[in-house]
Ligand binder design. Sequence first.
Ligand SMILES: *Cc1c(COP(=O)(O)O)cnc(C)c1O
Length: 397
Amino acid sequence: MTDFAATRNLFHLPDGVIYLDGNSLGPLPRDAPARVARTTVAEWGDMLITGWNKAGWMAQPAALGDRIGRLIGAEAGHVTLGDTLSIKVFQALAAALNLVPDRRVVLSDNGNFPTDLYMAEGLMRLRDSGHSLRVVDPEAVAGAITDEVAVVMLTEVDYRTGRKHDMAAITARAHAAGAVVIWDLAHSAGALPVDLSGTGADFAVGCTYKYLNGGPGAPAFIYVAPRHADSLQPALAGWLGHAAPFDFDLAYRPGARVERMRVGTPPVLQMAALEAAMDIWDTVDMQAVRTASVALCERFIADVEAACPMLALASPRDAAARGSQVSFRFADGYAVMQALIARGVIGDFRAPDIMRFGFTPLFIGEDDVRAAAAILAEVMRDRLWDRPEHHKRAAVT
Ligand SMILES: *Cc1c(COP(=O)(O)O)cnc(C)c1O
């Protein structure tokens, strides 16, 4: 079992703050500053260019990929890191389309994160090969998997509502219909157990700065199922995805397996911060995270609903259909969230009316949940949100 009292002490959490936004940007692991400083001074500073070999910088994307892979049920050697999640979505979809050359539809849902859909549309314009994006309600996805569909591209947990797709059922249905599946795990990796290998997912992508606590700008990850890994032609054929980058061969030859999904130089300093986070994750059991996360979410829903009848639960009531966040709808949700943040309860707001609270047992406990719900109750009861300063929109909400 994971000792969550112990993991909490491994994070830097400012005094007076209840942080319910680890689903957007995970907090700082206490060891990260020293780790980044060491990589900066003892590696970059002292080793200079030799750090690529001596400090193993070049091997880090694969090593960190395997550590993340354990959390998402990936086979060893089939996850790598680099770039941002938007880029990894593009790469996965480009590769997936080539696996089903005789079909022209990409199926997604309107709960998907916009960048995933934008990347799909951009890729289709670039290919100019008659593909179209079909976007349906999340509940309608399974029924929309017809024999026209080449690729089903979904985010497992809806970033606004926390609604969770049934990964095993949708993957099985897609395969039965002759389609391949890409799972975006942005709100799954580190949030709940994922079994990529068991469910037979074709591709998965995700980011490391949300639940995984790799820090702002931390690289994304990508998984390619072993059965596809040696046959893919990467759309972004970068030199570090080449079989032998330092041959400086003018002809591209893809690297082994998921290595070919690397593009350019990895972010070494950012990976140092992520390593500090993964030192914590290496000790964590995802089933224990799930059990604790469900308890925290249930507590929050019960307390908020008891005290705030004006807030409408936007997340599924059934814990099994929910990720690790709870959302409530309220027309002035932005102002409410600003009033909460002013009182040390940090969640976030997603237009048009969603207040989002992420529950991450690594550093949030039941006392925090009770205290946050009590502060929200006070803000609602006394209309503390209805002040001019809370209505002013910032660039990042
Ligand atoms: C957070 C998130 C992204 C962000 O993409 P970046 O390229 O890392 O900025 C993309 N997709 C989903 C589903 C997300 O939740």
